[in-house]
Write a protein that binds this ligand. Sequence first.
Ligand code: UD1
Ligand code: CA
Length: 433
Amino acid sequence: MSVNGPVATTVNGPVAIILAAGQGKRMKSETAKVLHEVCGRPMIRYVVDAARGAGARTIIVVVGYAADQVLESLHGEPDIRFATQAEQLGTGHAVKICRPLLGDYQGPALILVGDEPLLRPEPLADLLTRQKQEGAACLLGTAKVHDPMGFGRILRDSAGRFLRIAEERDCTPEEKAIREVNPSCYVFELPLLWDAIEQIGTSNAQGEYYLTDAPERLLAMGRKVMALNVLQSDDILGVNTRQHLAQAASVMQARIQDHWMTEGVTIVDPHNTYIDSRATIGRDTDIYPFSVISGNVKIGAMCRVGPFTHLRDGTVLEDRVEVGAFVEISKSRIDSGSIARHLAYLGNAHVGRNVNVGAGAITANYDGTRKNETRIGDRAFIGSGVILVAPVNVGQEATVGAGAVVTRGKHIDDGETVVGVPARRLPTRTDQP
Ligand code: UD1
Ligand code: CA
């Protein structure tokens, strides 16, 4: 990880700059705003992916508040560099401090903000293409929204030509009524942007250096500036509060589910299902209500999941696996054809093929210090209420009787049968006293 250096000599374009130095005061959080998660991944991750998807080959992330956390979360990705903005003096200043990292790079810079996780790559790629075609010094992507509150407004002349951006705090009542807004998705031509940025002042309601002044500056310098309405209102939701975070998660969840349904997955009740953005699901798998698929989970084809199943990070279900009500699985692999229909917990386990895991069976994988593994061979039968105290090995076709506690370190051979504590024979009515 290197911050503000070494100074780039050659930079591969197009370049993207993502502004992420702000604290996000209204989140009331110790965590950097852009690290708050949406469907399992930090917001900044989506913006980085959108920039890459649009064709950016070098990405500069401007960090400030809780910079170490942001650096850590994007650590080890060779196309990402970081610029540290020690004091958040405004979006214009945030871009300005990237200059040393860009050396004498000439070409387009896509500028985005890290708190808009719903951005998609397609309109951004569009902006890059159009900027080149038009030879524009600046191309702004705009969106028309129902409620423009919080956004800078796009001002145009009577012929529809872009004039300038008015920040909400600096808007007249007439300007406030404008519904075409600035989602902070710009393509600027470098080094022209640097000239414009030098001219930006701080005479505005917040006393900050506004990047939004740069397009107007470029126009005044006789350069070509255009604003294109290429973004959808759904793409530009900016997260400033926990309420916005929940809204973004809800849109993202709908997109994730839409994707898997398109791929041939049945989701019986989308509103009562949660699927992490990192999860993958095979065709003809049915997901029943109140299932939570969190983390990096791989589900094969023709599986049945739920209702009320919790699949956690590191879980792999091969094809035709059935997991049902109140089954929780974490960091485990379940091979094809195996079944755990009710009330089971499998953690750090490898379950072979065509295994039956009975109701209430669990792996006791945690000994208070570390997680231990359980291996269950093909076609084994695990009875109801079994506790497998890991590490444990259950051989192929072995049978573990209901209620058995298989103690730590035990190895059950292939085909072997073990049973729980033998029950005292209860007197029946026909027994003589
Ligand atoms: C900004 C835009 C506004 C636009 C809106 C939504 C300006 C002046 N205004 O307003 O026109 O409609 O975004 O996209 O640009 N940041 C830094 N360093 C700073 C200040 C901000 O890195 O010194 C980062 C923040 O972390 C955030 C992004 O820039 O990710 C935007 O800053 P924010 O304060 O949220 O700007 P808005 O008031 O939303
Ligand atoms: Ca914002």
